[in-house]
Ligand binder design. Structure first.
Ligand code: G
Ligand code: G
Ligand code: MN
Ligand code: NA
Length: 251
């Protein structure tokens, strides 16, 4: 309850910050985008994990406000990098909660919030699990937003229960391979087969892949060798504040 009060106050006063993790083309080691990740430091409680405050936001009806703020802030940052003369190459991925897709006006809202940036520079991420919580409504919203030009990624792919036929209808341009598979490269042949199957399927459906949670050279090598184009992870670059991101990764 106390944390909830702090959260409401933080939301009112915009005390959240976005960190940015680079996404790379694995063969060339070139930055081809980034993922925006929300951070909250509270003077009393210290750093609070997004797992915790997003759960609060979702159960207390504040996820639309938080999510809209995240999208707005991500767009502001894209414009700021452009203006400063070092634009982000590729797309900035923004995590979307299924709660944000519930209301009827989401298309108008997202259009208004992102009016200053090209949709080519954005990638909306929805986890496979969130997607399957309300498959009918979510896929309808994905389609509506896709129809006005938004690009979509299915996040944490492989952890949910979506079928392949379903995937092809979904209008996703990107699948993000969940890091639970990546972490088993080198010690679990069965998970390696799953990764290879995901890569083959994505190729067949002409969907781009981003591998998540790359932490070792062996994982990087394996994914590159088997034809996974893009990836992110601590080995390549951690999530960092915007200024540090520009210093490290933008020219
Ligand atoms: O950044 P970190 O690994 O701590 O994030 C933990 C979880 O919180 C991840 O699943 C991530 O997708 C989610 N998350 C981080 N930032 C946001 C955000 O802005 N919106 C939503 N919906 N989820 C986020
Ligand atoms: O659910 P989602 O994929 O959006 O979550 C992204 C989360 O993964 C972020 O919280 C980010 O901090 C975390 N992350 C990014 N790279 C790595 C990594 O290499 N290893 C681990 N364990 N977590 C990572
Ligand atoms: Mn994500
Ligand atoms: Na993910």
């Amino acid at each position: 309850q106390l944390l909830f009060e702090r959260f409401r106050k933080a939301l009112r006063e915009e005390q959240f910050e976005l960190y940015y993790q680079p996404v790379f083309a694995l063969d060339e080691r070139k930055v081809v985008g980034a993922e925006a990740l929300c951070r909250w430091y509270d003077d009393e409680f210290g750093w609070i994990s997004p797992l915790d405050f997003i759960a609060i936001a979702e159960t207390r009806g504040l996820m639309q406000s938080l999510g809209d703020w995240v999208l707005k802030e991500a767009c502001r940052q894209l414009v700021a990098w452009n203006t400063a003369g070092h634009p982000l190459p590729g797309r900035l991925a923004v995590n979307i909660s299924n709660k944000q897709l519930e209301s009827n006006d989401v298309v108008e809202r997202f259009q208004a919030i992102t009016a200053n940036v090209a949709k080519e520079n954005l990638l909306l991420e929805l986890t496979e699990t969130a997607m399957m919580r309300a498959p009918e409504l979510n896929s309808k919203r994905i389609r509506q937003l896709h129809d006005v030009g938004f690009h979509w990624a299915i996040d944490d792919f492989g952890t949910g229960y979506s079928s392949l036929s379903y995937l092809s209808q979904l209008k996703a341009s990107v699948l993000k391979i969940d890091r639970s598979f990546v972490s088993k490269i080198g010690n679990n042949p069965q998970d390696e087969s799953i990764i290879q199957a995901i890569i083959a399927m994505a190729k067949a459906l002409q969907i781009n892949l981003i591998a998540e949670g790359i932490e070792t050279d062996a994982q990087l090598e394996y994914l590159t060798k088997h034809g996974c184009n893009d990836g992110q992870g601590y080995l390549l670059g951690r999530p960092v504040p915007a200024s540090e991101f520009a210093q490290l990764w933008l020219t």
